[in-house]
Write a protein that binds this ligand. Structure first.
Ligand SMILES: C[S@@+](CC[C@H](N)C(=O)[O-])C[C@H]1O[C@@H](n2cnc3c(N)ncnc32)[C@H](O)[C@@H]1O
Length: 263
């Protein structure tokens, strides 16, 4: 996919002069990583398997920190003109819910996207399912299979979360748990997706990787929901990149969630 090239990312992330040093570090670290892979194709989770002292891991850490710092230095927020075209809009988050960071209005929009994706062929996939609260709500709106992808290890995932996930979802027949990290699950996943909900690790490297790994499986007219777009600058950057791609338009927005539709 052309959009994953380093020049695509560089041209959109570093428009101001203050980014010059970061561009140099980015280019240097990218040149060193390039023999192994290209931007957006590197699974950040795979680096957890490499010892901390290994130079490849250090270069990667530097590389992703530069990208993250860049997201903070030049933060992105959807402005009114970008959001004007969105078909569904909530102006505040709504109430908090128990055991999930997804709020009432965000959930409302997610459920709306489940209903609207009924006529699109494909499964529903949630990347990062935590305690399964949102998963269960989504499952209640559809008879489609929902694949909940969560390894419950690393990046905060824990046995306790896994047990609660099991309890919250075990009696729901259309939820299938894939206990793998996003990258490995994407490699094995067969079939189209009508709604993809990305809500795993909230930095640029991970969220952009998740988008690059899964978006080719999303069917035409299908949806991609991104949580934490406003609270985490790296996710905001990923959404900025998605929004600049001609195939995607904003379909719904509430503070901290955006849902794109693919043409
Ligand atoms: C913010 S929580 C997800 C919240 C959930 N979507 C909800 O609505 O309640 C993030 C989850 O991502 C999981 N996670 C971490 N790394 C992951 C990866 N590489 N692939 C998939 N999930 C991952 C963690 O185990 C954690 O449970």
């Amino acid at each position: 996919m052309r959009v994953t090239s380093k020049w695509f990312i560089l041209s959109r992330l570093t428009k101001k002069r203050g980014g010059a040093i970061m561009i140099n570090i980015f280019t240097l670290s990218h040149a060193m990583l390039h023999p192994f892979s290209t931007e957006g194709k590197i699974d950040p989770f795979e680096f957890k398997k490499i010892p901390k002292w290994h130079p490849y891991r250090s270069i990667w850490t530097l590389h992703s920190r530069v990208l993250e710092r860049n997201s903070r230095t030049f933060p992105f927020k959807f402005d009114e003109s970008a959001l004007r075209s969105s078909r569904h809009r909530r102006y505040d988050r709504g109430e908090s819910l128990v055991d999930t960071a997804v709020t009432a209005h965000q959930l409302e929009l997610l459920q709306l996207s489940v209903l609207s994706s009924a006529n699109v062929d494909g499964y529903i996939v949630e990347i990062g399912s935590y305690r399964g609260v949102t998963t269960a709500h989504l499952a209640s709106e559809t008879s489609k299979t929902i694949y909940a992808v969560d390894p419950f290890m690393g990046y905060g995932g824990a046995d306790e979360d896994y047990n609660i996930f099991e309890r919250n979802t075990r009696n729901i027949s259309n939820i299938n748990h894939i206990r793998l990290p996003s990258g490995s699950a994407a490699v094995d996943f067969k079939g189209d997706i009508s709604l993809l909900f990305i809500d795993a690790v909230h930095d640029f490297s991970n969220s952009w990787f998740d988008f690059c790994a899964w978006s080719p499986k999303v069917a035409a007219n299908g949806f991609i929901a991104m949580h934490d777009v406003d609270d985490f600058p790296g996710v905001g950057k990923t959404c900025q990149l998605i929004n600049s791609l001609p195939a995607y338009s904003i379909w719904a927005y509430a503070p901290n969630i955006v849902i794109f539709q693919k043409s």
